[in-house]
Write a protein that binds this ligand. Structure first.
Ligand code: C2O
Ligand code: CU
Length: 463
């Protein structure tokens, strides 16, 4: 059944690429002149899913080919990289308890790795270079591990990642919990940011100054200004992933209801006015499709200080086909757990420093790889404090284990908040609680990947 569905999605994916064939992509100048306001918006579809090649119900085996590829953005062509020829790469879908095997075939002329962002994997499968030799150009490697926690995760290389991710190497990994209720439909929405200049389109990695501004152009599953079609009267679980290397999303739409974060369902649903999705972060939201279309809007957000004066942009619309009265929300099994008490002390302090002027980004004044390795005994609970003394915001990401957010500037969340990527605003102080239950040398870094590349990374040892 899963295979049949995956195949269908692959075929759908193939159809959608026929909508903008490589050969017919217009030259940039023609494209600029030829925007046709009369055509209906392009459809935003979930990325095609990878085919499970293993017949066992508890093993998902997929093959990912990393190769050069032409990437189409707004009818323009960009020479990038892709997994299986698609950007975003194929969605990998499995359930809790499954063994995931991913055969990576590296057809690039450079080495690469795969990192499973947000997934608690054994360190040898983590895709960092001290735990695994990078997969050399034109060779292969099989990643294999058991999935222990449901949620919306993603995969991307962890070698030269500010370039390789930006060129198009990223995709969603969905781990389902069969005990959770199912929405009528599910959407996977992967966001990426692009620089647009003189009609050309490029990934922003080359422009180290770009991070001072907000990115010009956002794609949702590769589409700009598209529409999601959904049946009226239905519930949709949408899984949002910000795969951009440095662009922030601050989203809103009428009736915004967040049900999940980095690590699956929240402890209680939230109805924020705006949903902040920092680079690397995920959110799950519920749409109750009724009779009216609605727009998903981004309020431009600058990493040098948050909300900006720039006008909001519509990223895509959600359009009911067959309008019907909206359904009621699903009874998701929120656990209702309260936040842990903050014990007040700290085991580890990470201070972020650096400035856009110098472009030197540091944790505790150190530039990776010349860093102090902090240690936590296996099985202990550690309190980590983050302080941002730099002049930009930084989304802090830890490999290997998720953490609980105890407080932000002294304010504790009401409910337990488990994340693996947390944005730290300028001058902010964030306190985290970590159950150190996965042994290894784990990378901790800023998920603005050019910052990480310039040294804003460290190593946390659990043993
Ligand atoms: Cu998503 Cu160390 O990365
Ligand atoms: Cu940063």
């Amino acid at each position: 059944m899963r295979e049949a569905r995956a195949l269908l999605l692959l075929l759908l994916g193939a159809c959608s690429s026929e909508r903008a064939p490589f050969a017919e992509a217009p030259a940039p100048s023609e494209q600029d002149a030829g925007v046709d306001a009369q055509t209906s918006p392009p459809e935003v579809r979930s990325p095609a899913e990878a085919l499970d090649e293993d017949p066992s119900p508890d093993v998902v085996h997929v093959t990912l080919h990393a190769a050069r590829s032409q990437v189409h953005v707004e009818g323009r062509v960009f020479d990038g990289y892709a997994f299986n020829g698609q950007v975003p790469g194929p969605t990998l879908r499995a359930k809790v308890g499954d063994t995931l095997q991913v055969e990576l075939i590296n057809e690039l002329d450079e080495a690469t790795t795969l990192h499973w962002h947000g997934v608690s994997v054994p360190v040898a499968m983590d895709g960092v270079t001290w735990a695994q030799d990078p997969v050399p150009a034109h060779s292969k490697f099989t990643y294999a591990f058991t999935l222990t926690h449901p949620g919306t995760f993603w995969y991307h290389p962890h070698l030269d990642s500010h370039r390789q991710v930006d060129l198009g190497l990223y995709g969603a990994l969905i781990v389902e919990d069969p005990a959770e209720p199912r929405a009528d439909a599910e959407m996977v929405l992967v966001f990426d940011a692009w620089d647009e200049s003189g009609g050309a389109i490029e990934a922003p990695h080359g422009d180290m100054h770009a991070h001072a501004q907000t990115p010009v152009l956002w794609t949702v599953n590769g589409v700009v200004g598209g529409a999601v079609e959904a049946a009226g009267g239905q519930t949709v679980r949408a899984r949002l992933i910000n795969s951009s290397i440095g662009g922030y999303l601050s989203l809103s739409w009428p009736g915004l209801r967040q049900i999940g974060g980095d690590q699956g369902l929240l402890s209680a649903p939230m109805t924020p006015e705006r949903l902040l999705l920092a680079p690397g972060a995920r959110a799950e939201v519920e749409w109750l499709i009724g009779e009216q279309p609605f727009a998903v809007v981004n309020h431009p957000y600058s990493l040098s200080g948050g909300p900006t004066e720039q006008a909001p942009q519509t990223l895509f619309e959600v359009i009911p086909d067959d309008p019907r009265p909206a359904p009621s929300p699903i009874a998701w099994p929120f656990d209702g757990l309260r936040a842990h008490d903050d014990p007040g002390y700290m085991d580890i302090l990470y201070v972020f420093s650096g400035s856009q002027e110098t472009g030197n980004w540091m944790i505790n004044g150190e530039v990776f790889p010349d860093v102090t390795i902090e240690e936590i005994p296996l099985g202990e609970t550690a309190i980590i404090e983050l302080r941002n003394l730099s002049d930009t915001e930084h989304p802090f990401h830890l490999h290997g284990m998720p953490f609980e957010v105890l407080s932000i500037d002294g304010v504790a969340p009401l409910y337990r908040t488990i994340e693996d990527t947390i944005n730290v605003r300028i001058r902010q102080r964030v306190r985290l609680r970590l159950e150190a239950n996965n042994p290894g040398d784990w990378m901790a870094h800023c998920h603005i990947l050019p910052h990480a590349h310039q040294g804003m990374m460290t190593v946390l040892r659990v043993q």
